[in-house]
Each structure stands twice: as structure tokens, then as C-alpha cells.
Unconditional design. Structure first.
Length: 273
């Protein structure tokens, strides 16, 4: 009897795991048509719905969107399907993106306890509205002592050297603190939860915050954006990956039309450079 129950349990678990891993084989009905709706709000809503569907079905969505893009004769829908397809391919390859909190910050040196060495920390200088930071109540003037298990205060500034006068040494230390904070946040993905260890008006507190994807309008600088060269290189890598996938997927779906596809892909690539 026990053997039968164990076998039944194995079958049930196998079926459950299979169902959980099932990916869609076609687009939700009606959404592609709505991408060309007369009302702008309807088009935007359909785009958002398809984006969520694509993220949920990342294993199959790029290929399904490719078929829909090729079949569409509506310029508005075709353009939106292309963007959704590109987004899906990049997300499947590189993940959901880099985490974002929504603060501007500067590095600071805190006085060491009991006359000890100065300690690194990060001071919030701006909180963007409608971001994770504003939603959990982060305030200008809050000092971030660490993120999760990373404690900035343990990253002691280098000992003073003859070629590094004290003001320059302090500046390097503050930049290091901001860089470490940015790197830790951007090592996470949207939807991940991190714990910020804060000092507010002399009192310590921990704040859990759910990260979101970095908005497109956020550039470089204190908000945790890329430096110009790094941002350009990353975008180029994303685009290169996408166009390689597109060429291969197009050939698999229509080997006889490879010459036509080669010309069409060239036109597309020039347009999106």
C-alpha cells in the first residue's frame, strides 16, 4: 500500500511540475488588434498587457511575437510588436534588468566610534517621487550604513599616503562608498527585496524595499545610472544579441526566404542603430 501511495505521489508531483512549467503557444486573443486601436489609451493598455504576458512566458514569447510581427500589416501594431519582441529576447538572455531605488546620494565619512577611524556611509540627497524610495518613506538626510550583508562602515578608507593629501583621500573614500552602494543595488533585479540599514537623526533602523526596473529617463550620475561608456557598451551588447537571435529565428521559421530576410534585417538594424 505504501509503495502505491509513493508512486502516486511521484506522479502527482511530476504532473504539477509539468503544469507549472507550461509556456504559452499563442498570443492572448484580441491584444494584437488593440495595438492599432484608434484610442491611444487602449493601445497603451494592450502593449502593457502583452509585456506582462511576455515576461510570464519568457521561454516562448520571443518566437510567438516574431510570428505575429511578420504577419501584422498594421504599422502601429508592427512597431509595438517589434519592441515587445526585442524586450523579450533581451530579458530572456540577460534577466529583467538592474534594480532601482530612486535616490540621489553622496558618500560621507562618519566619525569613528570612541575615536576610531572614520567610517564610510552614503547620504541620501534626493528622493524621486513615485519610486520605491518614496513609497517606503526614505528621506533626504538619511544615511545608508549598508545594504543587506554589506556594511559600508567596514570598508575603511586607505591609510593616508604622501602622494594623497587628506582632502583627496576623503574624496576617494566617498566615491568608493557610492560606487559600492550602486553596485549592490544594480546586482539585484526588479522585484528583488533588499534591506537598507539606515541612520536617521541618530537612530538606526532597517527598511525593506522592493526594487523596480531603472526607468529609461534616468541617465548617469548619482541615481545609480551607468557611466556613458558602460551604458553605450551594454546597449550595443543587447542590440547585437537581439539581432543575432532575430536572424537565426527568422531563418528557422522561413529558410526559403533567407535572402529577403537578410535585406529586411539590414534595413531594421540601420533604423535602430
Amino acid at each position: 500500500m505504501r509503495g502505491s501511495l509513493a508512486s502516486l505521489l511521484v506522479v502527482v508531483l511530476a504532473l504539477a511540475s509539468t503544469v507549472a512549467g507550461v509556456q504559452a503557444t499563442e498570443l492572448p486573443k484580441g491584444l494584437v488588434e488593440k495595438l492599432s486601436a484608434d484610442v491611444y489609451r487602449e493601445r497603451e493598455q494592450a502593449h502593457a498587457d502583452l509585456s506582462r504576458w511576455a515576461e510570464k512566458n519568457s521561454g516562448t514569447s520571443p518566437e510567438i511575437l516574431l510570428k505575429a510581427w511578420r504577419a501584422s500589416g498594421q504599422p502601429e501594431a508592427k512597431g509595438r510588436l517589434f519592441l515587445l519582441m526585442k524586450e523579450s529576447v533581451i530579458r530572456r538572455k540577460f534577466g529583467r534588468g538592474k534594480g532601482f531605488v530612486g535616490i540621489a546620494m553622496d558618500g560621507v565619512l562618519l566619525r569613528g566610534e570612541k575615536g576610531g577611524k572614520p567610517q564610510l556611509a552614503v547620504k541620501i540627497t534626493m528622493v524621486l517621487a513615485d519610486t520605491p524610495a518614496s513609497k517606503v518613506g526614505l528621506k533626504v538626510g538619511d544615511v545608508i550604513l549598508g545594504v543587506d550583508d554589506l556594511d559600508f562602515r567596514k570598508e575603511a578608507p586607505r591609510p593616508q599616503q604622501a602622494r594623497h593629501p587628506r582632502p583627496q583621500q576623503a574624496r576617494h573614500a566617498r566615491v568608493l562608498a557610492v560606487r559600492k552602494c550602486i553596485d549592490r543595488i544594480q546586482s539585484k533585479q526588479p522585484g528583488d527585496v533588499v534591506t537598507l540599514h539606515l541612520m536617521r537623526k541618530g537612530k538606526k533602523l532597517d527598511v525593506k524595499i522592493t526594487l523596480v526596473k531603472r526607468p529609461d529617463f534616468i541617465g548617469r550620475g548619482r541615481f545609480g545610472g551607468f557611466r556613458e561608456r558602460g551604458e553605450r557598451e551594454e546597449k550595443e551588447r543587447f542590440l547585437r544579441t537581439f539581432f543575432q537571435w532575430l536572424a537565426q529565428a527568422a531563418w528557422r521559421q522561413n529558410p526559403s526566404g533567407v535572402n529577403l530576410w537578410g535585406f529586411e534585417l539590414l534595413v531594421i538594424r540601420v533604423r535602430f542603430q
